[in-house]
Design a protein around this ligand. Sequence first.
Ligand SMILES: C[S@@+](CC[C@H](N)C(=O)[O-])C[C@H]1O[C@@H](n2cnc3c(N)ncnc32)[C@H](O)[C@@H]1O
Length: 217
Amino acid sequence: MDFLDFNKEVWEYIESHTSREDPVLAALNRYTHLKVVHPRMLSGQVQGKLLEFISRMIQPSYILEIGTYTGYSAICLARGLKNGGNLITIEINDELASVSEKFFAEAGLTDKIEPVNGNALDVIPLLESGIDLVFMDAEKEQYSRYFELVFPKMKPGGFLLADNTLWDGKVVYEKEFNDTASIALRDFNKMINENPKTDNLILPLRDGLSLIRKIRE
Ligand SMILES: C[S@@+](CC[C@H](N)C(=O)[O-])C[C@H]1O[C@@H](n2cnc3c(N)ncnc32)[C@H](O)[C@@H]1O
């Protein structure tokens, strides 16, 4: 058995010992794999459960998601909202809205999730401040820019989760991987780690999930 097989088997073990998706998330996962391009972008069972746990632990009133895709992570995150809270999710590709909105309705979350069609770089500056929890999961080349825009809108003590920050491990190997996304994510990780206003860790789950806490303005 080589290292990759070992990792694959460990991952299968983790999946089989993590709570199953409920019928709505299972249907959304299946639909996305059958009908939508790039289904690997969907968070999936294990990461989705982690997002739900984090949200339930924080009990946020105001969540921002950057990059809706078919809505899987938005549903997981919205489940932890405090009563009366809401989640704004931004997606640039308007062809995905019919899918995500259908599943938000099936999950009974239409009144809690506000989908916004547009470029996050244009939308974030228009949002109200006081965000408790951000999930950043759109264009990797723009992570540092999203952060600059969203950080001032977060509450002190608020959390930001950034997906794909290990980028298949490519961020580690500077000589071998110099594509724009690897460089941008390397710069983002460095910037966050050197930022005196944040506390942070990279969780080696799937493609790397950074947990970032805003310590102060
Ligand atoms: C990795 S997918 C999101 C997956 C989703 N969060 C989940 O876990 O199921 C990234 C999404 O970000 C969208 N996106 C890319 N650039 C964007 C931008 N500048 N503003 C808003 N959405 C963007 C893409 O169209 C794509 O649907």
